[in-house]
Design a protein around this ligand. Structure first.
Ligand SMILES: [Zn+2]
Length: 288
């Protein structure tokens, strides 16, 4: 059952990706500064390692955790007797909230950041960035998955629904699609959108330290980590200390977490720690 639906949702995912890919090229949000072909090769290889890690480690861990909690009525939602719809909605929200914390930890714990910053070292951001992670980060996420699934007590069905929306919105908010600003502002009241996540990939530390949410944008509002008042044409994607062309080579990226780390937020003695808000009044308002 789980396997059939997984293949089905992967197929839908591919259709969405191809569709978004066409829009991305015809209506780009940010100008690319790096060769797309080179990035495609690099991101493709890193994504392949991610897929292998997911298939051989994350999926089996998830599946056994789901089986265990279902068999033993383990976790919050198994303890409380709720109508199925309420259980589904709460489960979905808690899964998304848990990912907010996991993403935050990946930025705040220096050891995890060594791996997660391989994702942020991408010199441009588009849909290929959505799958470009260091396989180590994906491996560690299987430990997080055990905690997340067993604490929440999520049912296998809600789990699959959430995974679908998680993947679809991860692709969407990494995409380089220029949506009409008015439409994106409305959409952003509910979900994470490309302009919002673009700010998270900015070379300025205070902007990267914001917008951690994955599906619903509310978690950043609740935790006061939301930052929307950055004009998109002021955003340079990447991490300053690793923004030379050779920093994005495949082998360098794979070995990156194991090497001595540079001061990420400075380049040529220029600090990228803090960029003053240019339009502080509109902190909760996306800018063109
Ligand atoms: Zn991040």
């Amino acid at each position: 059952m789980l396997q059939e639906i997984t293949i089905w949702h992967i197929l839908i995912g591919i259709v969405i990706i191809v569709f978004l890919f066409l829009i991305e090229f015809n209506f780009p949000l940010r100008t690319r500064k790096y060769s797309f072909t080179l990035r495609l090769i690099t991101n493709g290889f890193l994504s392949l390692l991610v897929l292998i890690t997911v298939y051989f480690l994350v999926q089996p861990v998830q599946q056994s955790t789901l089986n265990f909690i279902e068999g033993n009525n383990f976790g919050l939602l198994y303890l409380i007797d709720l109508p199925p719809l309420a259980e589904g909605i709460i489960g979905f929200l808690l899964m998304d909230l848990a990912f907010y914390y996991w993403h935050l930890l990946n930025h705040k714990i220096p050891f995890l950041w060594r791996f997660h910053n391989v994702h942020h070292l991408d010199p441009d951001m588009d849909m290929t960035t959505a799958f470009r992670f260091h396989f180590g980060e994906i491996g560690f996420s299987s430990i997080f998955r055990i905690v997340q699934i067993s604490f929440i007590g999520i049912s296998p069905f809600v789990f699959i629904i959430y995974e679908f929306f998680f993947t679809a919105n991860t692709v969407f908010h990494h995409s380089n699609i220029k949506l009409p600003i008015k439409f994106e502002r409305i959409l952003n009241r509910i979900i994470v959108t490309p302009r919002m996540h673009g700010i998270h990939h900015s070379q300025y530390k205070n902007e990267t330290d914001s917008n951690y949410s994955t599906v619903f944008s509310w978690w950043d509002v609740v935790h006061r980590t939301i930052r929307l008042n950055v004009p998109q044409n002021k955003i340079v994607i990447g991490v300053p200390a690793y923004s030379n062309k050779e920093d994005n080579k495949l082998l360098k990226l794979i070995t990156h977490p194991f090497k001595k780390q540079k001061d990420y937020w400075s380049k040529n003695n220029i600090s990228f720690r803090n960029r003053e808000n240019e339009q502080p009044k509109n902190k909760l308002h996306l800018i063109e």
